[in-house]
Design a protein around this ligand. Structure first.
Ligand SMILES: [Zn+2]
Length: 73
């Protein structure tokens, strides 16, 4: 499964604007410029938001695999 290009909506802690970044950008911890308030956001997962997003993505793919399995049988 390829997670790198999976988009994640990342809420700005300052203004609440949802910035869309890719999972790869999030994983690399690259700083993101908020498109709402122009502050630099660190995606180092201090808030745990990205870990939660990662778990959601993994669960979604697991569900998809189960669905495909049941369709194939
Ligand atoms: Zn902002």
């Amino acid at each position: 499964m390829q997670f790198a290009s999976v988009p994640i909506e990342f809420p700005c802690p300052s203004c609440g604007f949802y910035n869309t970044i890719t999972f790869q950008e999030a994983r690399l911890g690259a700083p993101i410029i908020c498109r709402g308030c122009k502050n630099t956001l660190q995606t180092d997962d201090a808030s745990g938001e990205l870990a939660v997003a990662h778990q959601r993505i993994q669960r979604a793919f697991a569900d998809l695999r189960e669905t495909l399995k049941s369709m194939g049988s």
